[in-house]
Design a protein around this ligand. Structure first.
Ligand code: KG4
Ligand code: ZN
Length: 318
């Protein structure tokens, strides 16, 4: 059994996954409520909360899996990228647990983790495939050749897609994090009501800063009352612009690389319009789109473990 730990942003997560990729437990404690009043994640607040939650969350994961630490053969942990203070809590906890049990530790790259969310039972997706990774921190097109072996074909030049959703939600007064809130509200609106532009970048890159500014101007031009009245139309049009950009670039990349299969992962992969607009793609299961530790344990199945006690020198990266 592999115990996975993830603390890169504002989710404290632990999971138990078997070497075959079966999820025995997947516990996620979100700090979203804690950060909502600040309109975004406050790094130092996140670190302190991770410190309080990491042991209870690991305990709960083991309990749900019907396991104890004695059953754990490897410990997987997100080493980066993410908030450095938040990452250090997970890395330190993982080191301590691995050292206490004299088991190996597997440091995992968070982005590899998102891709590995596709490789769990039931029905794992086998590489090669083209992968759109869209989250709060990243937006990338990846040519995945093997688990852990991928090339970046395109990336965002400014904001990540999830960040664009969050900033848009903030402009519309929908709170933080806003992706899911825009998704819900957009269902009641007209996506053709406002023509928000999507930047035409060279190659396979993305840009979302323009659409965010366009929404800001639209809200300002409408005035507070009218913007409030047309909130659903604004949300639907804004979402349409972001999703169209993601879909267009993904299809272009598939054409260029001749990829036979397309996959979508990361928090934005939970978006209902994106999922519906790319019916040919395999989207990560909903509970595995946003940050979780099952995907980290999954990635650890395909990476080299660091033997006891060498990992004590391991560092996180921001
Ligand atoms: O993968 P994730 O949990 O964290 C990062 O690694 O960044 O992604 C979080 C992002 C947030 O920006 C959130 O607003 C967005 O995913 N998100 C969504 C939806 N659910 C979460 N965006 C659009 N539609 C959704 N349904
Ligand atoms: Zn993530």
């Amino acid at each position: 059994m592999i115990l996975g730990i993830e603390t890169s942003c504002d989710e404290t997560a632990a999971a138990v996954v078997t070497a075959d990729g079966e999820i025995r437990a997947n516990v996620v404690s979100s700090q979203a409520d804690l950060h909502a009043r600040f309109g975004g994640v406050v790094p130092e607040v996140a670190s302190r909360r991770h410190l309080e939650l990491v042991v209870p969350v690991v305990r709960q994961a083991l309990e749900e899996a019907g396991a104890t630490l004695a059953d754990v053969e490897r410990i997987a942990v997100t080493r980066g990228p993410g908030l450095i203070g938040a990452l250090l809590v997970g890395v330190s906890a993982a080191k301590a647990l691995a050292w206490a049990r004299r088991v190996p530790l597997v440091p995992v790259d968070h982005l590899h983790g998102h891709v590995a969310s596709l490789m769990l039972e039931p029905g794992p997706l086998e590489p090669p495939f083209l992968c759109l990774l869209a989250s709060g921190g990243h937006t990338m097109l990846l040519d995945v050749r093997a688990p852990g072996d991928m090339e970046v074909l395109g990336t965002t030049l400014d904001d990540a897609a999830g960040e664009a959703f969050d900033k848009g939600a903030r402009l519309l007064g929908l709170g933080y994090p806003g992706g899911a809130a825009i998704d819900r509200l957009a269902r009641e609106g007209d996506p053709g009501a406002f023509a928000f532009p999507v930047a035409r970048t060279a190659g396979l890159d993305f840009s979302f800063s323009g659409v965010k500014t366009a929404l800001l101007y639209a809200v300002r031009d409408l005035g507070e009352e009218e913007a409030e009245r047309r909130k659903a139309d604004l949300a639907a049009s804004y979402q349409r612009a972001i999703v169209s950009a993601l879909v267009r670039r993904t299809r272009e990349a598939a054409e260029r690389t001749g990829a036979e299969r397309i996959a979508v992962v990361g928090g934005v992969a939970a978006n209902s319009e994106l999922r519906a607009s790319l019916p040919e793609a395999t989207a990560a299961p909903l509970p595995l789109c946003t940050d979780n530790a099952a995907m980290i344990a999954s990635a650890a199945r395909f990476s080299e473990a660091v033997p006891y006690p060498d990992y004590l020198a391991l560092d996180a990266y921001a």
